[in-house]
Structures are given as structure tokens and as C-alpha cells.
Design a protein around this ligand. Structure first.
Ligand code: IDP
Ligand code: MG
Length: 145
């Protein structure tokens, strides 16, 4: 029998330490679910430096790289896999642009974050930006899934 159904697209979402500290885990998850995506895996962890170096390899050498690793190890984070048709771009849209000061109202970053005057911008969530990075990042946080 020919199977024409492809497996659903997946993305890696992180709720960063600012989101966890501010009690926004439920709010972020709720927005993902209300949009209609499903969550297929979820864990809370204290990410160590090695894991984050792998995750943020593309940013090595940038001025915000060290502050970013310091921030991401400053408290627990939540990692989850969301899935559904075009979820990678869909979650990026839910998240809003990187800079929360100008992120669109209605988005997670636009509604819930602002510039705190820190060297790294604290913007509550991470979302994968391509199929390749989603699969790579999922392997880092959920080996075997
Ligand atoms: P993204 O999270 O919107 O994909 P990236 O460019 O992948 O943004 O950057 C990763 C993270 O590094 C951002 O979410 C933000 O926390 C931080 N960051 C990115 N660019 C800057 C910057 O120019 N100044 C300070 N922090 C930044
Ligand atoms: Mg990115």
C-alpha cells in the first residue's frame, strides 16, 4: 500500500529563563495549543553550557553570544516539540520578531516582553527557523525523538 501522508512538520520551542521566572509557561503553551498545533514532547531542564553551545553554534563569536549563554543558564527552561502543518513559520509568527520592543502586539514577544537594558535581549521564547535547524535542535533536546 502506498503511503502518501507525510509526517507532520515539527519545531523546537524553548521557553527561556525569563519566561519561566515570570510564570509565562502556561501562557506560551496555551497560545501554541489555541493556534491548533499539538505538543508531542515537553520537558523542563537546567540547560548546561555544552548543550547551549551546540544549540546556538550559529551565533558563536557574535557580541551577544556570551551574554546569551549566561542568560540561558540563569534558570530552568522548558523545551517542547510542537507539530502541525507549517508549524515552523507558524510558531515564528506567534513568537514575533527577535526585538521585543518592536515585535507586533498580539505576538508572544510583542505582548509579553520589552527591552530590559541587558546585553542580550530577553524575549521569552526560541523557535527553530528551518526544517534543518528544527530537526537538529530536536536531536539536541530530545535525543531519539
Ligand atoms: P531568534 O531567537 O528570533 O531566532 P536569533 O537571531 O537566532 O533570534 O538570536 C538568538 C537570540 O539571541 C535571540 O532570541 C535573542 O535572545 C539574542 N539576540 C539576537 N540578536 C541580538 C542582538 O542584536 N542583541 C542582543 N541579543 C540578541
Ligand atoms: Mg534563531
Amino acid at each position: 500500500m502506498t503511503n502518501t501522508a507525510s509526517s507532520p512538520q515539527r519545531t523546537l520551542v524553548l521557553i527561556k529563563p525569563d519566561g519561566v521566572r515570570r510564570g509565562l509557561v502556561g501562557e506560551v503553551i496555551s497560545r501554541i495549543e489555541k493556534k491548533g498545533y499539538s505538543i508531542s514532547a515537553l520537558r523542563m531542564l537546567n540547560a548546561d553550557r555544552n548543550l547551549l553551545e551546540e544549540h546556538y553554534a550559529e551565533h558563536k563569536g557574535k557580541p551577544f553570544y556570551e551574554p546569551l549563554l549566561e542568560f540561558m543558564t540563569s534558570g530552568p527552561i522548558v523545551a517542547l516539540i510542537a507539530q502541525g502543518e507549517r508549524v515552523i513559520e507558524g510558531f515564528r509568527s506567534l513568537a514575533g520578531t527577535t526585538d521585543p520592543t518592536v515585535a507586533a502586539p498580539g505576538s508572544i514577544r510583542g505582548d509579553l516582553a520589552r527591552d530590559q537594558g541587558t546585553r542580550v535581549v530577553q524575549n521569552i521564547v526560541h523557535g527553530s527557523d528551518s526544517v534543518e535547524s528544527a530537526e537538529r535542535e530536536i536531536r539536541i533536546f530530545f535525543p531519539g525523538l
